[in-house]
Ligand binder design. Sequence first.
Ligand code: ATP
Ligand code: MG
Length: 523
Amino acid sequence: MVELPLSLKTIMERGAGMSRRVEKECALFTKHIGKQFNGITVLQDINLSIYKGEIHTLLGANGAGKSTLIKIIDGIYTDYEGEIYVNNRRAQMKNSEDARLLGIGMVHQELSLIPQLNVAENIYLGRLPRNSIGLVHYKKLHENAQQLLALLNLTISTNDLVGRLSIADRQMVEIAKMLSMNAEILLLDEPTSALSDKEVTRLFETLRQLKASGKAIIFITHKLEEIYAISDKVTIMRDGQQIETLDLSIKSPDLEKNLISLMTGTEHHAETIYPGKGNVQEEIVFRIEQYTGRNFHHISLEVRKGEILGIAGLNGAGRTELARAIFGADRKDSGNTYLNGRPIVIKSPMDAIKQGIAMITEDRKKEGFIGCLGVKENINLTTIRDTVRHLLLHRRLEIQKAKKYISKLNIKTFSEHVPVRNLSGGNQQKVILAKWLALDCKLMILDEPTKGIDVKAKSEIYQLMRELAEQGIAIIFISSEFTELIGMADRVLVMNHGKIVHELRNEQITKENIMNHVFKDVV
Ligand SMILES: Nc1ncnc2c1ncn2[C@@H]1O[C@H](COP(=O)(O)OP(=O)(O)OP(=O)(O)O)[C@@H](O)[C@H]1O
Ligand SMILES: [Mg+2]
């Protein structure tokens, strides 16, 4: 027997002193969804109702089950318990194609584009427009793709190879691809994690238009301010369970505290997630002089002992390229490098690691971990040399180290042997962080280290960064989130069009000041 109590729901919308009844239609609902991986329950009794013209956010710590849930809705996992209804009809999808036919489109947490194909081909992959004799209609392909790029205000070309694009642009292409499907139900898994504020604003404008045209949207984010900016409802998930759904049109004074408490299952007391500024010493640990290379020019900077040096800038400002050049991952054309006052030469990441320079990269999937290896092996990747020296202790040390970081960073895994590819996106990030933290280093370069990390783990990472700085490690901290730069950095350099355009210290580090220089056009 099919009961459809959720097909039409009446909700009250309060206007200025007046109330108005608005009927909202349910686009999709789930009944008692449950899911196990290898006998371990990761979702339990999920009953979600998603309405047309609404943005419904899923919020929960890393590993809570958010991605798994929407992958079930997208037809990717078919072995689950419970039922899904789309437009009041039972939907039994066998794959993503079935979901597509039902008007469901998804943007994945892990980008799934093909680097060797161009932007237009990626957007319409498997659905290339054809002419009357069955050949690909390239003109139409590029015209259609161009329209989507224009909608998102993107300036890249439809001919650009995806492999050459920045992560942010790839993310936007992924979104364009979803839009090209004309889906009615949109599933967006952390679409903003790689985007800077400006791109997020643009994406939100598009989402508001889509919402106004009646689309139903499931949105996943770890950023609470995004929930306030765009969501109508938020469902909090914890350990595979649906904890509560809040209607955000009803104002609540303690919303942030409530959300964090519901997510973590503990009372949230902390007023701030930042540990406070540090004790920067005079001694310069690391210095570069006149670095010039692809997308960065004449960069000189120094980092002191115990200092967290923030680098602000838009995507494309040259921050990642500079960091990669310092780490020896990319070539530079010229420039000198000094560690503890001595000139050093770094030609490869191996050179950098030998000198005690660690880097956590932005593109973690590609460079950060080896998916088929376990959590333990990954955490120990950078320190294998160390442990090999004490062959007898080797295994025990590895396990100890892995356990230490699993607990320190709260990595959600059933054991240290689970292959990293089976962890949730955010927990994979934590493994990569752990890998580098386990290395004793003098300089640590962190490129967007909290991308995709839940609020609680974020504050643990901030704490750890401060601890490392207090131990005398110099830290370069690249971030697109102004608030975390303000919360963490002792000094901020602003990069714009490949140059350092400004330096901010102490009370000068404000959102207004950073924005002014980040957005200013450099001639
Ligand atoms: N393919 C898989 N095999 C085994 N376990 C998996 C697999 N995919 C996910 N899991 C487990 O299911 C749980 C939920 O993962 P999921 O990816 O849904 O979390 P999430 O809420 O999206 O987290 P995040 O915020 O980190 O992206 C985690 O414990 C994860 O380790
Ligand atoms: Mg996820």
